[in-house]
Design a protein around this ligand. Sequence first.
Ligand SMILES: *Cc1c(COP(=O)(O)O)cnc(C)c1O
Length: 382
Amino acid sequence: MSDLDFISGSKPIGIERGEGPYLYTDDGTEYLDVGASYACTPLGHSHPAVVDAVQEQVADLTFVDSSYPVQSREDAYASLVAAAPDGLESAWFCNSGTEANEAALKFARSATGDSKIVAATRSFHGRTMGSLAATWKDKYKKPYEPLAGDVEFVPYGDGEELAAAVDDETAAVILEPIQGEGGINVPPAGYLETAREATEEAGAALVLDEVQTGMGRTGEMWACQNAGVTPDVLTTAKGLGNGLPVGAVAVQDWIADGAASHNATFSGGPVVGAAVHATISTLVEAEYPAHAAEVGDYLVTELEAALGDSVREVRGEGLLVGVELKRGANRVARDLAMNHQVLALPAGRTVLRLLPPLVIERAEADRVVDAIADALGATDDS
Ligand SMILES: *Cc1c(COP(=O)(O)O)cnc(C)c1O
């Protein structure tokens, strides 16, 4: 079995419907979805606020191009800019995370007039030619080379190496505030500040890829807010439309002013616009970021207590949690799915990744902890 077999459509579980953090098969079996299908459903599956907004919009006007003002697009734009960190006053919508990062790198190059991109080891920014060039894993890249050029990699988490790589020719530094795909890697305190200072000094753009960390998951709307750092460019996708395919780039004025021609036919379409507006409004009004912080802390504490020495480490922030195992994560994820009806994701070879919808409560966290403890044969003395 190749590494990807389990995560690429071969799960023998036919999903028919979803509600909150649960997915159901046609025979009514209930699965607790702790992967949230890669963090795409922060409000839980088929959240009524998003469903209603999308159904209404798809019936009224499914599509018109972005040269016409449409209320749902304007609402989406206003809610994203309001929810973005202060200082990011403009946004551009696209259809996915990789497309958001492509745009980010293009905008950084045109605004600075430079070309060099500094990226980090173990990064993941997407699978189109530009984003892929800034992605670390050779397995994703090698067969498709040559990719976009002028990318230099530095070890993730090492501020000195990062600062040393940023120079007058640097257009952008692109980083995930916490690496998702690469194994839920939390950088040391001060790392993002160092990246902020180094880019500012060199006149380069700091691009923070919040495709996985954003939308309230880490306890703030954006993970960079935990570090008190405002990027020049912030990218988002995954949970932005609670399951509809949409991404966005939020930028500071100097990036917006320096951006050359760029667009996409489906940019900010009415239906995804309705989804974005409903998703952000609901997240903000129900204060789900704070809820994610609270339940996330509880989940990590309980995991540590229950798993003890049977794992290497439990780490993360809010409801972005990685459990570093002493064995392969694919097999454990399969066991959790088949024997405990808990759906989790691997992140790299040995990390079990938990990205539940932000709506989960302590009772669901308990169920996750019990299932993992059982799958690992850890004695639960709680
Ligand atoms: C998933 C992901 C992407 C790519 O998003 P797609 O929508 O799959 O193109 C980019 N960056 C990060 C951090 C991601 O987790």
